[in-house]
Design a protein around this ligand. Structure first.
Ligand SMILES: [Zn+2]
Ligand SMILES: [Zn+2]
Length: 352
């Protein structure tokens, strides 16, 4: 075991502050990374403040962060994929059982025995896992991704959650050249969906409540922007979409978007409203439309996504902050005051 620097919440209302945590020394299949950048995901804030107490109660101290990019500092004797000096990335999972049908299908995100990157029982230490708001992390090589060398690292970090969360359902539902794709909500997830849809050759329509985001949506790769409060403008697209990705985490009128799907079209939720959404079943029956959800992606698909980003030079649009600004960043996140993701420069932790 060794001591690592980190930023942790010590209670739901404490905010985050500098601390030191214990990590395991790399075992034979482990990779140790010096963390260079860590993106800030809305889940980090929920977990730090124990807002998911019903489902995943927070164990304190809590070190969030699951959008991690770093440099390999040490590898175990059996590690084949990495050597010291390589770039590596870690997303929302750090382990799974590798034996269940989901793992065998390469869908570790649905493994009943997976280990999440933070606030999850840690098989090695007996405590909970600690995430990326730290100067280092030790992870089994199967859960460490290779990073294409041409990508900006600050903008690469958010690909590990926001990126794969939007890429995976697009691939699953067959978005391709000529598809008509809707993206509801232009935030951390939505802006990645626009970039992926555009790079896959789709015609991308962004639905937003903010007229001020129009120019930005076009810059990101949207072909059209629809102000979702304008029912006439929305209804002009009735029955025309192959696929719609909905990244809105607040309760909203889902049937408005179901009705925009063509026959066999699909609407996938990646936003997670706390309250149930009433779905009008007739809207689904008449054109055999489907309504579904999606959760990150498996390890193989996450690697595919990173390689796709390397080929198309795709990264997240980020505002880079020092770790000392983390509490301020959380407050701004609550107001959606970021374009479009915060990325923490972990070199700032050295001065603590
Ligand atoms: Zn996340
Ligand atoms: Zn499994």
């Amino acid at each position: 075991m060794y001591k690592a620097k980190a930023y942790a919440a010590s209670s739901p209302s404490s905010g985050l502050a500098s601390t030191s945590i214990t990590r395991r020394e790399p075992t034979e299949h482990d990779v140790q990374l010096e963390i260079l950048f860590c993106g800030i995901c809305h889940s980090d804030l929920h977990q730090a403040r124990n807002e998911w107490s019903g489902m995943m109660p927070t164990v304190y101290p809590c070190v969030p962060g699951h959008e991690i990019v770093g440099r390999v500092t040490k590898v175990g004797s059996a590690v084949k994929k990495f050597k010291a000096g390589d770039l590596g990335a870690v997303g929302c999972m750090v382990d799974s059982d590798r034996t269940c049908p989901e793992c065998k299908a390469g869908l570790e995100q649905f493994c009943p025995n997976f280990t999440l990157t933070y606030n999850f029982p840690d098989k090695h230490t007996g405590g909970v896992t600690y995430g990326g708001y730290s100067d280092s992390i030790v992870v089994d090589e199967h859960f460490v991704l290779r990073v294409p060398s041409n990508l900006d690292l600050a903008g690469t970090a958010p690909l590990l959650c926001a990126g794969i969360t939007t890429y995976s359902p697009m691939r699953h539902w067959g978005v391709t050249k000529g598809s008509k794709v809707g993206v509801v909500g232009l935030g951390g997830l939505g802006h990645m969906a626009v970039k992926f849809g555009h790079a896959l050759g789709a015609h991308v329509v962004v639905f937003t409540t903010s007229p001020g985001k129009k120019d930005d949506a076009i810059r990101l790769g949207a072909d059209e922007v629809v102000i979702s409060r304008n029912a006439d403008e929305v209804n002009r697209h009735a029955g025309s979409f192959d696929f719609i990705l909905d990244a809105v985490a607040a309760v909203h009128d889902i049937n408005l978007y179901v009705n925009l799907l063509k026959r066999d079209g699909n609407l996938t939720m990646v936003g997670a409203p706390a309250e149930p959404l009433p779905v009008g079943v007739f809207g689904l029956l008449f054109r055999r439309r489907s309504f579904s959800g999606s959760l990150i992606g498996g390890i193989a698909e996450t690697q595919e996504m990173l390689d796709f980003c390397g080929q198309h030079n795709i990264t997240a649009d980020v505002e880079v902050i020092p770790i000392q600004k983390i509490n301020e960043a959380y407050e701004r996140l609550l107001k959606s005051d970021v374009k479009y993701r915060f990325s923490i420069d972990m070199a700032s932790l050295k001065s603590e």
